[in-house]
Design a protein. Structure first.
Ligand SMILES: [Zn+2]
Length: 285
């Protein structure tokens, strides 16, 4: 390689690493192991996005809406733990304008499990975080501030209530008691953005699970092309795999029950994925 090529990130890093803007501080013990777990989950995500022919990439790849990652740790004083951290020292996992930030403590199994229990979640995994945050990326890439009418009909108006207000209401009052008749998860009830992200993440769970099951000959036939048949296959497979997990004392592999309104939202996600977002420009049928 010439010196110029070595200086060019497009020539020195793979497509997955080209999206990294901030990596963990490797002088801190254990951060290398945490980073390796994050990268393994990220690569699984990229593999699936490629399988689904979704368009994404880094600025170095010339992507019009570049995707990037910050893997960061909370900045603690190092004084040993009892001091509350200031707002500016806390890293929030989330997405903003193409940048996905992950707090690297999510790569610590004990920390992540503690948060899962506190937040009452059925699953909390690294791959789950990536699937949820990439959903926010695609919303912004495909819809920007103008989601198509069908999207608003299904998920609600993201401007009403405003995100911050919805966030405070959710953490003060929790999900509505009938949430499981309309949503895929409790967190999906928080705001239309989160409903989209939770629904999209379930869709990616489903597509990856069906693909893996077929590759390992756990499914007798090819993965069906029709969305509703794929979801039914996933749910039937889920019942059997949940029983396997219970046999081993593990949490259910597929804890979600999909009510009719969530199925309709998933159908919309499927149409968007198949159109690679171009559905945003398609008039509602
Ligand atoms: Zn979110």
């Amino acid at each position: 390689m010439t010196e110029e090529e070595t200086a060019d990130p497009a020539m020195t890093f793979c497509a997955a690493c080209r999206c990294n803007e901030t990596i963990p501080d490797l002088s801190v013990e254990d951060n290398r192991a945490k980073w390796a777990r994050l990268e393994a989950a990220k690569r699984r995500l990229f593999c699936e996005l490629n399988m689904l022919n979704l368009d994404f990439g880094s600025a170095a790849d010339g992507c019009a809406f570049p995707l990037s990652f910050d893997f960061k740790a909370d900045r603690s004083s190092g004084s040993g733990g009892f001091r509350e951290m200031d707002e500016g020292e806390v890293v929030y996992t989330g997405h903003d304008s193409g940048k996905i930030t992950i707090n690297i403590r999510e790569a610590d199994d004990a920390e992540r499990e503690k948060l899962r229990v506190i937040l009452g979640e059925k699953h909390r995994t690294l791959i789950g975080h990536f699937r949820h945050e990439i959903a926010h990326y695609f919303w912004e890439k495909w819809f920007g501030g103008a989601p198509p009418p069908e999207c608003i009909r299904l998920f609600g108006d993201p401007g009403n209530p405003p995100y911050q207000e919805a966030l405070e209401r959710y953490y003060n009052s929790g999900p509505p008691p009938d949430w499981n008749r309309r949503f895929i998860s409790t967190y999906a009830t928080m705001h239309p953005f989160e409903d989209w992200a939770e629904t999209f993440a379930f869709y990616l769970d489903m597509e990856a699970s069906l693909f893996t099951a077929r590759s390992l000959h756990l499914l007798e036939a090819d993965v069906p092309a029709d969305f509703d048949t794929r979801l039914d296959t996933m749910q039937e497979m889920g019942i059997r795999l949940n029983e396997m997990n219970r046999t081993m004392g593990l949490p259910d592999l597929v804890p979600e029950i999909v009510p009719a309104p969530a199925r309709e939202k998933l159908r919309f996600v499927d149409r968007c994925v198949r159109a690679n977002g171009a559905i945003a420009n398609v008039p509602v049928a």
